[in-house]
Write a protein that binds this ligand. Structure first.
Ligand SMILES: [Zn+2]
Length: 185
């Protein structure tokens, strides 16, 4: 579904695609630089028109602190280059936000992620070792960091499912933003 940020065009696009009776629907054109609030508004416009029993996919989003907002607006699936691209540039996501490997903190802490459900990389390697791999230009650094960041995203989705089952998605979205950005967006 396309239509940029025009609700009437989005509606028309939805109408024509619904006529074709697809098993699921992709919402596109909302990850090309719009403010987060606009993406949320347009997403809510189109998901309101889609059948509840078919999966909805929002293309090209998003930042970890934003994905609960999209789920809250009826989105089931997302995709984004961010976790893997950031990993290749030595940015690892943690429960306190993004950490570049250059930070001194990387030396002091035992692993990039302190959560009880740590990824296989965090269970096995220290931050100092990851930093060493990046500093040495070792390709293993990018591979391990990618595993870590993808695990981080999947763990957010796990927490979103848990929050939904307790009827706490809105609270979780606020908490997530606070934890990763240091305050409400
Ligand atoms: Zn990890």
């Amino acid at each position: 579904m396309q239509g940029a940020t025009f609700p009437d065009l989005r509606c028309e696009s939805a109408r024509q695609l619904l006529e074709l009776d697809f098993p699921g629907y992709a919402v596109g054109g909302l990850a090309v630089g719009e403010p987060h609030e606009t993406t949320c508004e347009m997403t809510a416009e189109v998901t309101a028109l889609l059948p509840k029993e078919r999966p909805r996919y929002l293309m090209g989003v998003g930042r970890p602190e934003q994905i609960a907002d999209y789920v809250a607006r009826g989105i089931d699936m997302m995709d984004c280059v961010l976790p893997t691209r950031a990993a290749r540039h030595a940015c690892l996501y943690t429960s306190e936000g993004r950490r570049a490997h250059q930070e001194r903190a990387l030396h002091r802490r035992p692993a990039p992620d302190r959560s009880p459900l740590r990824c296989a990389v965090c269970k096995r390697y220290t931050r100092a070792y990851l930093r060493h791999l990046f500093a040495a230009g070792e390709i293993t650094a990018a591979i391990l960091a990618t595993h870590h960041n993808v695990h981080f995203y999947l763990d957010i989705m796990r927490q979103i499912r848990e929050a939904i089952s307790f009827g706490q998605l809105a609270n979780f979205a606020t908490e997530l933003r606070r934890a990763l950005c240091g305050g409400p967006a």
